[in-house]
Design a protein around this ligand. Structure first.
Ligand SMILES: NC(=O)c1ccc[n+]([C@@H]2O[C@H](COP(=O)([O-])OP(=O)(O)OC[C@H]3O[C@@H](n4cnc5c(N)ncnc54)[C@H](OP(=O)(O)O)[C@@H]3O)[C@@H](O)[C@H]2O)c1
Length: 434
C-alpha cells in the first residue's frame, strides 16, 4: 500500500468553536494534509451533547454521536481530539483514551494546567502520545517551539500577554483613557469578554497558561495552583495615564523565571517600557517573549484564540502524531524525564516596583519614606513629587520606582510606610519589567 492510501482515523470530542475549526481544516485541507504526512486523516466519529443541533456547517449526521464509547471503544481510532472543554469529564475521557493506547490531542488548558503530569505518565506507560499545542496562545506555536526548536537551549525566562480579553481591555483603557468597567461592558457586548469575566480579569486564565509554559520551558511540573495571581480589576484610568508619562504601559503578564534555587511563576499587571516590543501588542492579540541562554531574546506574536487560529494548532498536533504512527516510532511527549523543581513563594521573587503614595503636603514626609526604603535595602531608581497633580490642597503624591528588589523586602517597606505619620495611603503598587 502506498503511503497516500493509508488512513489515520480520529475521533473528535466536541464540535463547538475549536471542534468546528478542526473539522473545517481537516476537510478543506484534506489533500494538502495527506500530501504532507503521507496518509489521509479521516474523522470517524464526533462526540457532541446534542446530535440534532444546527452547527452552521455540513457534517454527515452518521458520524455524530452522543456516546463516548463509540470513540473510546473503537480500536480503529488512533487519535482522540479533546476540544469539548471542562475538567472532570474531559480528564476522564483523556485518561481512558491513553489507557487504551489511543493518542490524545487537546486544547484544554484547564486540564493541562492541573493534570499534565498524570497524563504524560499515562501516555508513557501506554506507548502513546498527548500533545497540547492549542492550550496556550492559540495560533502561536510556542509549545512546539519550546519542546522542539529550543530543546537544546536553557530557557532563562518566559513571559507573555496570554489573555486576549484583558489585553483588549487594557489597550482600550490606554488609548481612550476609559475606565475598566466601561471597557469591560463594551468587550462583553462585542463578544471579547465572557458574561462571567472572572477567569480572565482576575488572571486565572493566564495563570493556567503560564503554568503550562513554565512546565514545558523548564522541564518540570508547575500547576495553576502554584502560580501567584493578581488580575486587572484594580487598575485605574489614572494609573494608566500616570505611567504613560513615565514612559510605561500596563500589561497583564504571565511571567516564569528560572533561578538556581527554584522557579518564579506569577501573573499580575506589569509596567512595560513603551519601547519594549511587548508594549506594541494591542487588542486581543497575544505575544510570548522568551529569553534563552544561547538564543537570547525572541518574541512570538499572533492570535491567541478563535476558531481557525486555535484549530491550526490542533491540526498541527494531529499531523505530528500521525507522522509518528506512520513511521512506527516510539511516542515521545517531549515532556518526560522532567525533574521537579521547587516553585518559589512570591516573597522570594525579584522585580522592580512602581509605588504611588499619598502624603500630607508638609516637610519631612518624603525624607522619612526614603529612609524606610534604605533601611530595607531597597534602592530607588526614580522619585517624583507630583505637585502639579495635588488631589487636595493639603495632599500630594509621591511616585517611586525601585531598582530590582525581593518582593518580601518591598512588602516590609510598604508595611512600615503605612505606619508613618504624614502618610495617607499607598495608592498603587505595580511590578515593573524591563
Ligand atoms: N474558543 C477558543 O478560541 C479556544 C482557544 C484555545 C483553547 N480553547 C479550548 O478548547 C476547548 C473547547 O473550546 P470551545 O470554545 O470550542 O468550546 P465550545 O464552543 O463550548 O464547544 C464545546 C463542544 O463540546 C461539546 N461538549 C461539551 N460537553 C460535552 C459533553 N459532556 N458530552 C458531549 N459533548 C460535549 C459541545 O457539544 P454541543 O455542541 O452539543 O453542546 C460542543 O460541541 C476548551 O478547553 C477551551 O478552553 C478554546
Amino acid at each position: 500500500m502506498s503511503l497516500n492510501q493509508q488512513v489515520i482515523k480520529v475521533g473528535l470530542l466536541g464540535m463547538g468553536t475549536v471542534g468546528r475549526g478542526t473539522y473545517r481544516m481537516l476537510t478543506d485541507n484534506a489533500e494538502y494534509i495527506a500530501r504532507r504526512i503521507g496518509a489521509k486523516v479521516e474523522i470517524k466519529k464526533i462526540l457532541v451533547r446534542d446530535t440534532t443541533k444546527d452547527r452552521g456547517i455540513q457534517v454527515d449526521p452518521a458520524i455524530l454521536t452522543s456516546s463516548i464509547d463509540e470513540i473510546l471503544n473503537d480500536p480503529d481510532i488512533n487519535i482522540v481530539i479533546e476540544v469539548m472543554g471542562g475538567v472532570d469529564l474531559a480528564l476522564d475521557y483523556m485518561r481512558r483514551a491513553l489507557k487504551n493506547g489511543q493518542n490524545v490531542v487537546t486544547a484544554n488548558k484547564d486540564v493541562m494546567a492541573l493534570h499534565s503530569k498524570e497524563l504524560f505518565d499515562l501516555a508513557l506507560t501506554n506507548n502513546c502520545n498527548i500533545l497540547f499545542g492549542a492550550s496556550v496562545a492559540g495560533a502561536i506555536p510556542i509549545i512546539r517551539t519550546l519542546r522542539k526548536s529550543l530543546a537544546s537551549d536553557r530557557v532563562e525566562s518566559i513571559s507573555g500577554i496570554i489573555n486576549g480579553t484583558t489585553n483588549y481591555i487594557l489597550t482600550k483603557m490606554t488609548n481612550e483613557g476609559a475606565d475598566f468597567n466601561e471597557v469591560l461592558k463594551e468587550a462583553q457586548a462585542k463578544g471579547y469578554a465572557e458574561a462571567d469575566p472572572t477567569a480572565d480579569v482576575e488572571g486565572h486564565d493566564a495563570a493556567r497558561k503560564i503554568a503550562i509554559l513554565a512546565s514545558v520551558a523548564f522541564n518540570t511540573h508547575v500547576t495553576a495552583d502554584d502560580v501567584y495571581v493578581e488580575g486587572i480589576t484594580k487598575i485605574s484610568a489614572e494609573d494608566i495615564a500616570y505611567v504613560k508619562e513615565l514612559g510605561y504601559i500596563i500589561k497583564l503578564l504571565g511571567i516564569a523565571k528560572f533561578r538556581p534555587e527554584g522557579i518564579e511563576v506569577r501573573v499580575h499587571p506589569t509596567l512595560v517600557p513603551q519601547k519594549h516590543l511587548m508594549a506594541s501588542v494591542g487588542g486581543v492579540f497575544n505575544a510570548v517573549f522568551v529569553k534563552g541562554s544561547a538564543t537570547g531574546d525572541m518574541m512570538f506574536y499572533g492570535q491567541g484564540a478563535g476558531e481557525l487560529p486555535t484549530a491550526s494548532a490542533v491540526v498541527a498536533d494531529i499531523m505530528d502524531i500521525s507522522g509518528d504512527i506512520l513511521r512506527n516510532v516510539p511516542k515521545i511527549t517531549g515532556c518526560v524525564n522532567y525533574t521537579d523543581k521547587p516553585v518559589l513563594p512570591i516573597g522570594e521573587s525579584e522585580s522592580r516596583f512602581y509605588i504611588k503614595i499619598l502624603i500630607d503636603d508638609k516637610p519631612g514626609v518624603l525624607a522619612s519614606i526614603a529612609m524606610v526604603f534604605g533601611n530595607e535595602g531597597v534602592s530607588l531608581a526614580t522619585v517624583i513629587q507630583q505637585d502639579a497633580k495635588k488631589p487636595t490642597d493639603d495632599t500630594t503624591e509621591l511616585i517611586f520606582i525601585t531598582h530590582t528588589a525581593r518582593e518580601k523586602h518591598l512588602q516590609n517597606v510598604l508595611h512600615c510606610i503605612k505606619q508613618l505619620s504624614g502618610v495617607k495611603d499607598i495608592a498603587s503598587m505595580i511590578r515593573v519589567e524591563r
